[in-house]
Write a protein that binds this ligand. Structure first.
Ligand code: ADP
Length: 612
């Protein structure tokens, strides 16, 4: 029972969400239910009337009834197919809605929340669920079937009760007494109770088995999906697979997973077949009982011969509807098990409360940023990556953050840009905790190129303009500043050229070229603070030195922050902050730090040997 309630709690929430997405979907389904039921039951009544008219030789009435029967059927078919066409379109909308909900939710999350490994897993799971098992279209269709079946049960029960109440002309013989209202109701009641009891047993038996099957499959499915989609079709994995000759091993693993999956589906189908057979058995018993009841009523003259077809039809509808309810319940439960996790994901907190304090851009480009006792560890990790950082950033100069790999430089910037919140301490801008500012206002201060910057398979201009209006002059200017104008000029459609080959026949670009385009994007934003995270991955030392020397020009009049573990690139900065194991160990100009003979001098000397 608890499971039943849980299924429908999920199901009804989904229906509500579907209704909020498009208010036409559910009414169209309801309309179709009305048309289908009307067609079925009107036909039953008209057929009964027709048989009686023919038996009594009232041919004129029979002709009228035949015409009505045909007309009703024709109209019913037309109306049902009209709603069918509408439903097909609307079901697609519902199917797509789930992808939209998922993306809206993901976008609404803090970066920090989204990157949390547990959340990332939930996103991946929800993404798959949203596509699997017919998704919302399936939920809608099953609810429609269940609702229609419930109405059909009510209608047919009313008809059968009416049949039971019909009295025979006389009540002398045993049969005539049996055809009386009380014995008939008892007969029908027993048949019904028997069917409900046995169907319940069948349902319980198979639903437990199916559930166990289903749960076992979830793990299997994840493995299969990982192999087939993330390993086989992944470009990066492709290189490793070829270099290390992993093809046979992977194909073997995939075959094994596919074999298990086939065995699962074989078993599942077998189980469904047995469920259907068992239910059909119940149904047949009930049908025999119903025929018996109606026959007794007709033979004893309680109802007309024509009514025979009507009531047999009603009893058939009743049996089928009961079966539909049970069958749909099982199928809904399976989908809702997945959907429950999806809804739980939608219910998750999207992250920290967002500040609303407006932030005016300072006319002179001066901002005072300060880290106060800031410590930080990544979500899901125990180790502090930044430890008790206290520093004031003198904005309006060129600043370099240096330190070995993993020292915490990028993390420092991510906190500064509010991609994460400090675990302890606070960061202030002009004396106010940055969390209090409106997020969009605050982020407008920064144009950042992270090491793992991302360009999209969109046209060049869209990559650069990003969330801003297209202005070709400004785009070209940013490209010039980033030394990327020549790269784009060589492209077949210049600013309208697609990058990469995912969506269109676009151009492939090297890591260094991509870095420059990403830099142009940061400059186009025209933010007062430009941050360039060490481009070592993409650029060779010469190109890096060149980017660096241009960086000085690029950020003219702005604050520039340059992150590097190559000392040589930073020596001309106004100020250098040295990170070591999550702490700021030194800060000052190149000359000061070099002369001090501390960590900076140590790193400088070590690298000087390399590049000498
Ligand atoms: P740097 O920029 O100085 O090379 P980072 O700030 O990138 O250093 O990294 C500092 C430490 O934080 C490293 O040990 C790194 O492994 C860890 N780290 C970086 N990003 C994440 C993340 N998203 N989740 C968990 N740990 C991370």
């Amino acid at each position: 029972m608890r499971e039943f309630m849980a299924t429908h709690r999920v199901g009804f929430r989904l229906l509500k969400k579907i209704h909020e997405t498009d208010t036409k979907i559910i009414p169209v389904y309801l309309l179709q239910i009305v048309f289908q039921l009307a067609q079925t039951y009107i036909s039953l009544f008209l057929t009964a009337g027709l048989v009686d008219a023919l038996r009594l030789g009232e041919f004129r009435q029979a002709a009228v009834l035949t015409a009505l029967l045909l007309g009703a059927n024709l109209l019913g078919t037309v109306l049902v197919s009209l709603t069918d066409a509408a439903i097909r379109g609307l079901r697609n909308i519902a199917g797509l809605a789930i992808f939209v909900w998922l993306r809206e939710k993901t976008f609404s999350m803090d970066y920090e929340t989204m990157e949390n490994p547990e959340v990332a897993e939930k996103i991946a799971f929800s993404e798959k669920t949203s596509d699997a098992y017919g998704s919302l279209g399936m939920v809608l269709a099953r609810y429609k079937d269940i609702f229609q079946a419930i109405l059909s049960v009510l209608l047919s029960t009313a008809m059968v009760v009416y049949l039971c109440l019909a009295r025979p002309a006389q009540s002398g013989t045993f049969l005539e007494r049996l055809a009386g209202p009380v014995p008939s109701l008892l007969l029908f009641g027993c048949a019904l109770a028997g069917m409900a009891f046995f169907s319940g047993k069948v349902f319980q038996k198979y639903s437990a088995k199916q559930k166990a099957f289903y749960e076992a499959y979830t793990g299997m499915e994840q493995k299969e999906d990982y192999l087939l989609n993330q390993v086989f079709l992944n470009e990066k994995a492709g290189k490793i697979i070829r270099l290390y000759g992993m093809q046979d091993m992977l194909m073997g693993n995939a075959r094994e997973e596919i074999r298990k999956s086939r065995a699962y589906w074989g078993g599942m189908i077998d189980m469904m077949r047995r469920t259907i057979q068992a239910n059909n058995g119940m149904n047949s018993l009930f049908t025999i009982g119903s025929y018996l009841l109606v026959t007794i009523k007709v033979v004893t003259g309680a109802v007309t011969v024509g009514a025979f077809t009507q009531y047999v039809g009603a009893l058939n509808q009743f049996g089928n509807a009961c079966f539909t309810i049970i069958n749909c319940q099982v199928r809904l439960r399976n989908v809702c098990t997945y959907m429950e996790k999806f809804l739980a994901f939608l219910d998750m907190e999207s992250g920290h409360a967002k500040g609303t304090r407006p932030l005016e851009r300072s006319a002179d480009g001066e901002y005072e940023l300060r880290f106060e006792n800031v410590s930080f560890r990544y979500p899901g990790s125990q180790d502090y990556v930044l430890k008790d950082i206290n520093c004031k950033l003198d904005i309006r100069g060129k600043m370099a953050l240096v330190g070995e790999n993993g020292a915490g430089k990028t993390t420092f910037i991510k906190l500064l840009c509010r991609l994460y919140e400090p675990t302890q301490g606070r960061i202030t801008l002009n004396g106010v905790d940055i969390r209090e500012y409106d997020e969009e206002n605050y982020r407008a201060l920064f144009g950042v190129v992270f090491q793992d910057f991302k360009l999209f398979a969109f046209p060049v201009w869209e990559n650069i303009a990003a969330g801003f209006e297209r202005n070709d002059d400004k785009i070209w200017k940013a490209l010039e500043q980033a030394d990327a104008a020549d790269i784009v000029r060589r492209m077949p459609k210049q600013l309208d050229t697609y990058l990469y080959k995912y969506l269109e026949d676009g151009v492939e670009i090297s890591g260094g070229e991509a870095q420059k385009i990403a830099l142009a994007r940061a400059l186009y934003k025209d933010a007062p603070i430009v941050i360039l995270d060490e481009p070592t991955a993409a650029l060779d030392p010469v190109a890096e030195a060149e980017v660096y020397s241009r960086f000085q020009e690029m950020v003219e009049g702005k604050t520039g922050i340059y992150i590097s573990h190559r000392m040589s690139s930073c020596q001309f900065c106004d100020e250098i902050i040295v990170f070591h194991k999550g702490e700021i160990v030194e800060r000052g100009s190149h000359g000061e730090l070099h002369d001090r003979g501390g960590k900076y001098a140590e790193m400088w000397d070590a690298q000087a040997r390399y590049y000498a």
